[in-house]
Design a binder for this molecule. Structure first.
Ligand code: ADP
Ligand code: MG
Length: 387
């Protein structure tokens, strides 16, 4: 893969460079919540600016259906500008001065960006390439989107000399350590949570042979608990995956909660109870792991040298259900090699006010990191390796 250093080797001062970044941050009423992804994009942008490149940043926000002012990147451009210490206008053209930065409006306003039709995406990619002209270059730095075959991620790399940015290089370096038994440092624990077990099937399948322990919490644990033959009340459940969970549990590596925090509804002032997993009453939802589970999981983590954590242990967004996620986040931070993947897990660390620097790496890409660990080919990376 060619990197920024290769690009700098060709001389980049005064050249127009299209940078695909992943700046898909949570925005509510025009205010940015967690700006982790914007900050993660700074190293490449700063290095390119220092070399005198003229940057046109392409990024998306959400999944708009056509042009939707509520999904404008304007607040993101504003925050990026604050962090870079320079103005970042929304524009269809690269900036006029060396080291300056402009940003295209939400690239997904154009339906061709995510089209399944190769010709449509190709046409958009040609238009994007034309924006930076024949002397232009493309830097792919949006790790969170490299698993997508999209115009500004994949097709564009066929139109311009393409380079991997610093964030992508960093992400891959760390994730490789979790997938390759040769460099992996055991004992290796994978901690999974989040809402859907169906999202995590592939990664469980791929990692189970490599791990020493797989800890399962979050909404997904209820499909495992159902596989044990227990009632789960109104908890999240994906009946189609019960069989697969049964199969995973045939190995003695899979550990799941023994107790959970339940409530009738998901609300910030819900009345909660702690019950054993075999006695979740009708009409209740399991919304966090319980204290006994927390200490069990913490003990396993204490003996681990490498941990990959994806997915919160409960509905951490609400205080009554945040204790499990907070406790495991603290236990994960103490592991020698601690890697966190998943947008919500990373957001949890920040929301709970934990020290981000205590982790070896917090990935900016949930889906992308999972697909990488599954051993799938990621189109946005493969295309950078071509030629
Ligand atoms: P990530 O983005 O880290 O990969 P996911 O997107 O898979 O994580 O899941 C995050 C969501 O899972 C959070 O919004 C959280 O509220 C939800 N969640 C966690 N535990 C539960 C639970 N027991 N019931 C319902 N939702 C849950
Ligand atoms: Mg998520």
């Amino acid at each position: 893969m060619r990197t920024l250093d290769d690009l700098f080797g060709t001389g980049v001062a005064g050249r127009q460079v299209l940078v695909r970044a992943d700046l898909n941050v949570p925005i509510e009423d025009g205010a940015i919540g967690d700006d982790g992804r914007i900050r993660a994009s700074l190293p490449s942008l700063n290095r390119l600016r220092a070399h005198g490149a003229r940057l046109l940043v392409a990024a998306h926000l959400g999944r708009p259906d056509g042009r939707d002012p509520a999904m404008s990147l304007a607040p993101v451009a504003q925050r990026l500008g604050e962090l870079l210490g320079t103005e970042v206008p929304i524009s269809d053209a690269p900036p006029g001065g060396d080291g300056e930065v402009a940003m295209l409006e939400n690239i997904r306003f154009d339906p061709r960006e995510t089209s399944k039709d190769d010709a449509e995406r190709d046409a958009l990619a040609s238009e994007l390439a034309a924006l930076v002209g024949p002397d232009g270059a493309f830097v792919s730095d949006g790790f969170g989107v490299v698993h997508r075959k999209q115009a500004s991620v994949y097709d564009i790399a066929h139109k311009l000399p393409a380079y991997a940015g610093d964030l992508i290089v960093k992400e891959i370096k760390v994730l490789r350590k979790l997938a390759d038994p040769v460099v992996l440092e055991p004992p290796y624990t994978v901690l999974l949570g989040g809402s859907k077990v169906s999202d995590k099937m592939g990664v469980i399948e791929a990692l189970l042979p490599k791990v020493d322990a797989l800890l399962v919490g979050g909404g997904m644990c209820f499909t495992f608990i159902a596989a044990l033959g227990f009632e789960v009340g109104d908890s999240l459940l994906e009946p189609d995956y019960i069989e697969a969970c049964e199969r995973f549990m045939e190995t003695d590596k899979v550990l799941f909660p023994t107790d959970v925090v339940i409530a009738k509804d998901v609300s910030p002032d819900a009345e909660t109870q702690i019950v054993a997993v075999e006695s979740i009453p009708d009409g209740y939802k399991g919304l966090d792991i319980g204290p006994e589970t927390i200490s069990g999981f913490a003990e396993v983590l204490e003996f681990s040298r490498t941990v990959f954590w994806n997915g919160p242990m409960g509905v951490f967004e609400l205080p009554p259900f945040a204790a499990g996620t907070e406790a495991v986040a603290q236990a994960v931070a103490k592991v020698g090699i601690s890697v966190v993947g998943g947008g919500d897990s990373a957001a949890a660390i920040r929301q709970l006010g934990l020290d981000e620097s205590a982790y070896t790496h917090i990935s900016t890409g949930g889906g992308a990191s999972l697909e990488y660990l599954e051993g799938k080919e990621l189109p946005g990376l493969a295309v950078l390796e071509d030629e």
